[in-house]
Design a protein around this ligand. Structure first.
Ligand code: COA
Length: 154
């Protein structure tokens, strides 16, 4: 049973573990070790996580009180992060988090839902009817990472 609730600051250790472990274990299929190490180091920027949790719409998914995924929304219609625990992939956690984010975007009165997604996540967003608008390169700690700007009409 997947439970959804808003995140609070006490969740930071679990959220950052999910973030780091998912990148290191799942995204290494699509990115080099140098790229995933740079990307995963974002887990250590605790001040940034505190800001995200206190200022953005930030939700977590739990199974048996374990955080198995999280997602957060910026500017009302931009999905800035969606991560599912490495041991709970392909169990519907990402779909449930995305459904709730979509409802939030509609409640915020936006007609377009946007995100920048990794190569790893692209098949998931394709399955959810997002279109690729462009392929782009982002610098993380001086390392270039390719990702995709995707959009969906609500
Ligand atoms: C992308 C991600 C969030 C998907 O979460 P998830 O809980 O595994 O997704 P779901 O179980 O809800 O998948 C729903 C459907 O999407 C599609 N899908 C999901 N992952 C897929 C994959 N790796 N390859 C192909 N299709 C995939 C499938 O159609 C799947 O349905 P099915 O399992 O019945 O075939 C998760 O894989 C993840 O955390 N990836 C790494 C982190 C990341 O890159 N996040 C995005 C950065 S913004």
């Amino acid at each position: 049973m997947i439970q959804i609730r808003t995140a609070d600051l006490n969740d930071i250790p679990e959220i950052t573990s999910v973030f780091r472990d998912t990148i290191i274990n799942i995204s290494t299929k699509h990115y080099s070790e140098k790229q995933t190490t740079a990307w995963a180091s974002g887990a250590d920027k605790i001040k940034d996580w505190e800001k995200r949790i206190s200022k953005l719409y930030f939700i977590v998914a739990e199974i048996d009180k374990i955080i198995v995924g999280f997602a957060y929304l910026k500017n009302g219609n931009y999905l800035e992060g969606l991560f599912v625990h490495k041991d709970y992939q392909r169990q519907g956690v990402g779909s449930k988090l995305l459904r709730i984010m979509e409802s939030q975007v509609m409640m915020n009165d936006f007609e377009v839902f946007k995100s920048d997604v990794s190569k790893t996540a692209l098949p998931f967003f394709d399955n959810k009817y997002f279109n690729v608008i462009k392929i782009q390169k982002k610098s993380v700690k001086g390392v270039m990472l390719e990702n995709y700007l995707v959009e969906k009409q609500m």
